[in-house]
Design a protein around this ligand. Sequence first.
Ligand code: ZN
Length: 218
Amino acid sequence: MPYTHAFLDSAACDLPLGKIVCVGRNYAAHARELGNAVPETPILFMKPATAAVPLVGGFAIPAGRGECHHEAELTVLIGRTLRHASEAECHAAIAGIGLGLDLTLRDVQNELKKKGHPWEVAKAFDGAAPLSAFLRPDGIALDDLRFTLTVNGALRQSGHSADMITPVLPLLAYISTIFTLAPGDVVMTGTPEGVAALQPGDVLALEMRGLRVESAVA
Ligand code: ZN
C-alpha cells in the first residue's frame, strides 16, 4: 500500500509527502545503550520520501541484511515552510503529531560507523519509515507526551518527550537553520532506550494518548 499522509480524525490531508528529517541520540539512555557519547548538538540525518510506508496493519523488513532494529519515535508533520524559524513559528507550523519507526539495519550501520561512512544504506532504504496517521496538535503538550512500543505483547520501548535532550520546538528550530522544512515534511524526534531486532511475524503496538496503532512485521 503506498503511503500518503493522513489524520486520525479521517479528514483529508492535502499535505504532500516530503523528506523525513531524523535526529540521532536524542535520549541519553539510548545513546548509552549503543555505547555512544551524548551529543552536544543534534545529530541529523534524513530519509527520502520513498522510505515512508504505512505503519498500521504491517510492514516488511529487509531480508539477509543482518538485524533490523525498531526505533519507536514521536513524529511531527510540518504544515508550513520553516527556514531559520523561531520556536513560536515552529509551534505554529506543526500540522500533526504521530508515531513512527526509524527502522535501522543495525549490523550494516555498525559497519558504516566503523568505516566513517554515511548511514543512508542502514536507515534510508525503501520502507525504512513506517508512519502512523497524525493527531491534530491542538491541545497536545509537546513536553508531556508518553509513548510506548510493545512487541508480541511485551513492553520494549517507553519514552517521554520530557526526556529529549533537544525538545521538539528547539529541535525544529535547529533543523530549520540547516534544512528548510517544507509542508509535508516529517521530523522523527529520536528514540528512547530499548531498541532491538525485529523478526518476521512480530506483532507490534505503538501507543500514545489518543493514538494506538497495531502493526506486524510481514
Ligand atoms: Zn532513530
